[in-house]
Design a protein around this ligand. Sequence first.
Ligand SMILES: Cc1cc2nc3c(=O)[nH]c(=O)nc-3n(C[C@H](O)[C@H](O)[C@H](O)COP(=O)(O)OP(=O)(O)OC[C@H]3O[C@@H](n4cnc5c(N)ncnc54)[C@H](O)[C@@H]3O)c2cc1C
Length: 529
Amino acid sequence: MAKKDQQNFGQGSASGLSTGNPLAGCRSHSRFQWDACSLIALTINYLRGPRRLVALGPRIALEVEGRVAKTSQGEVPVSKPWKVIIVGGGFGGLRAAQALRSDLVDVTLIDRRNYHLFQPLLYQVATGSLSPGEVAAPLRSILSRQKNTRVLLGTVEDVDPAYQQVFLADGAVLPYDSLIVATGSQTSYFGHNEWQEWAPGLKTIEEATTIRHKILYAFEVAERISDSVQRRAWLTFVIVGAGPSGVELAGAIGEIARQTLKNDFRSIHPEEAQIILMDFAPRVLMTFPENLAEKAHRSLTELGVQVKCGAMVKGVDKDGLTIEVNKRPDYIHAKTVLWAGGITASPLGRILTARTKAETDKGGRVKVEPDLTIPDYPDIYVIGDLGSAVDANGKPLPGLAQVAMQGGSYAGKSILRKVKGQAKLPPFHYFDKGSLAVIGRASAVANVFGLHLSGLPAWLVWVFIHLMYLVSFQSRVLVFIQWAIQDLTFSRGARLITGSAPTDFNFNKEVGGGGGTPESKTEPAAARQ
Ligand SMILES: Cc1cc2nc3c(=O)[nH]c(=O)nc-3n(C[C@H](O)[C@H](O)[C@H](O)COP(=O)(O)OP(=O)(O)OC[C@H]3O[C@@H](n4cnc5c(N)ncnc54)[C@H](O)[C@@H]3O)c2cc1C
């Protein structure tokens, strides 16, 4: 297939000579002379006054007035700015768009949803601390002042790297000169997608509100049924995956049971809920230093969370899950199973690799060059969770917001340099600022620039960073107020049970009409001791 015509300003693709131009006559000279010409042009242009010098390539100065680019070889109409398509308005895509704020490029950001989602606070939506609107902001409003950028709502389904086009699910076809793919990742059930029905993951607002539904609904059902075995199953919560998201969820459910709901029920003692955090790994927070993982483990235990390491999930169904510990099978009756077990690349990654013959890592992430482009496709960048970039030691970079944001800035800057005809950036280097995991109120662990913090200091760092990175100022203020109120009162303001879940109870079928006769509650076990 023939490659679409491209125009790289800065590379001097114009025809015709302008005799009044300071660079006229430089074309046949040596490299050294070319660079000297560029310097002279820059100086003359500077002395000429207030005209905007927008680019100086190694060889040719380029300036834009209105929609005309003046090069050493004459005027070139800039009727066709460099078209950049960004797929995905998450951490990576949004940063790339912001880095591309320039008249020289025409940016189109496409996302299947109309908002940017701050995933690190999703667990707070799932546990009733924050409302969805507080962790998401409309992409259109974030970019409203960036006039070279338009936002389109749509799902990108396919890419044609030869003709440089992307295809949307609704049939639209859009051309690009540079493409940035930042479609992130999705929950991985390790080849058992059928478990998703019973064990929702935590990647989207919809999943977060389903989890919120399941947690709060479980206490409601337990309040209405008298059968102690069934009640126990409804009051058992299992979180699969003891990474930061699993730890955060388990800690928050512990707080809900022990503090938030303590006085709200008449037949049950919410604080007697069983909360199990399990992982096949030998300890929690495998990516954190061991001493911080131990501290996190202790804090979880204080919140009533049982940590089960070395446990492999073999099956999940409506009533619980089958696990294997030390090769011995076991079944846990639990009506609420939540999945924080792992992630895999978003589906567009598979299409992209099929079209470009790029390699993938075992998580399906697209292996990229040191400049974050796909091998042999210098105009296609893959950033964030979807890209598999490596550090100086060849170790793959983690799926973190910081990696995505830094990758987005890098891709944006690289494209601008290319359009301006400037030299390439050095290879992408990830600046690791550390990692954090919150366990509960005033409790967190943090590894910041090699400094190991825990408890209140780590929690304060966590609060500060999360507030600072929320994209909209309004969200920052609202979240700050919510947290302040909740931390003073132990309440959770967004405890709404909305929608439905496949595990919802049918009182008629399962109890035989009316929901049984709940007994009035006796003293909780802890109080009896
Ligand atoms: C619960 C949770 C907690 C986390 N906590 C932390 C944390 O504390 N610190 C941290 O650093 N990282 C954290 N992360 C990881 C972090 O959120 C990700 O690394 C980051 O979001 C990756 O950014 P991205 O731009 O690659 O993808 P995303 O932010 O996921 O954005 C991808 C975007 O692409 C869009 N999209 C996908 N497919 C298509 C398509 N075909 N067409 C159009 N649009 C599409 C999506 O709608 C989405 O907007 C957490 C993740 C989760 C799920």
